[in-house]
Design a protein around this ligand. Structure first.
Ligand SMILES: [Zn+2]
Length: 262
């Protein structure tokens, strides 16, 4: 009798264990994710399945491990009109994905139209957005913020459906206003350029963490061109010293971070 009870208890424990394992696996597939596609290109996939593609330099980006056909963006966010950010695939994405909206700074709109993108697919009916402006697209709130690079260069604060907030800095040097961004927005993840020459170098990027106060950071915009910093070693070393509370996530192009992960 005792042996029989023990068998039942053991079976129960095993069954419950298997159920919770299956649930955990199911939950995993629904988490918010950010995939680095090399250089400045990043793909956010929310737990609701919304795909936000930032700086879509896919074709021609030798570090991007996937092709444009495997990306199904609901919206595309462009930080500025340089080839390594705008790319040439936007017309393809817009034609092949229903109501795919492109979010750009006002001065970049004409370049998009020259590529063949029409007003219906450009935010605010073809006018674009300017600094401080916020739009809501398919439940995603996108705010354009300053970047120090070229006149139309922007960064973006992206708040997804569950409130998780992601800052993509675009191409920028460090600037004092980053402290204001850190005060105004509760940044869960910062995507920061560290490659130097055209953007912040590892030293500035590490110091920017103290201004932005994100919970996590993924370094981007390095190891693509020979003139850029070739790995994240220095950035990691400096960040651990300068901003020890920030969790640093170094990805290889194609790898993704689950945002709910510690
Ligand atoms: Zn760039």
């Amino acid at each position: 009798m005792k042996k029989f009870s023990l068998t039942i208890i053991f079976t129960l424990i095993l069954t419950l264990g298997l159920i919770s394992f299956a649930n955990a696996a199911a939950l995993d597939s629904q988490k918010d994710k950010v995939q680095w596609l090399g250089h400045s290109a990043c793909l956010i996939t929310t737990e609701k399945g919304t795909n936000i593609l930032i700086d879509p330099w896919i074709t021609g980006n030798d570090t991007c491990p996937i092709n444009k056909e495997s990306i199904k963006p609901d919206m595309i966010v462009v930080t500025h009109n340089h080839f390594d950010h705008m790319g040439t695939d936007i017309p393809y994405f817009v034609e092949n994905n229903t109501n795919c909206m492109v979010i750009v700074q006002n001065d970049v709109v004409q370049a998009l139209k020259d590529l063949g993108v029409n007003d219906n697919n450009i935010i605010t009916g073809g006018m674009g957005l300017n600094f401080g402006g916020q739009v809501e697209v398919k439940g995603i709130k996108i705010t354009m913020v300053q970047a120090i690079h070229c006149p139309s260069a922007a960064g973006y604060i992206i708040e997804i459906e569950d409130g998780t907030t992601i800052y993509h800095a675009g191409d920028t040097g460090i600037f004092a206003g980053m402290e204001l961004l850190g005060n105004l927005y509760d940044i869960d993840l910062a995507l920061l350029p560290i490659g130097s020459i055209f953007t912040m170098d590892p030293y500035q990027a590490a110091h920017s963490l103290n201004l932005l106060k994100p919970k996590k950071v993924i370094p981007i915009h390095y190891a693509t061109f020979p003139v850029l910093v070739q790995d994240a070693t220095e950035f990691v070393k400096l960040s651990k010293k300068i901003a020890p509370s920030v969790s640093i996530k170094v990805l290889k192009p194609g790898e993704q971070l689950e945002l709910n992960e510690k």
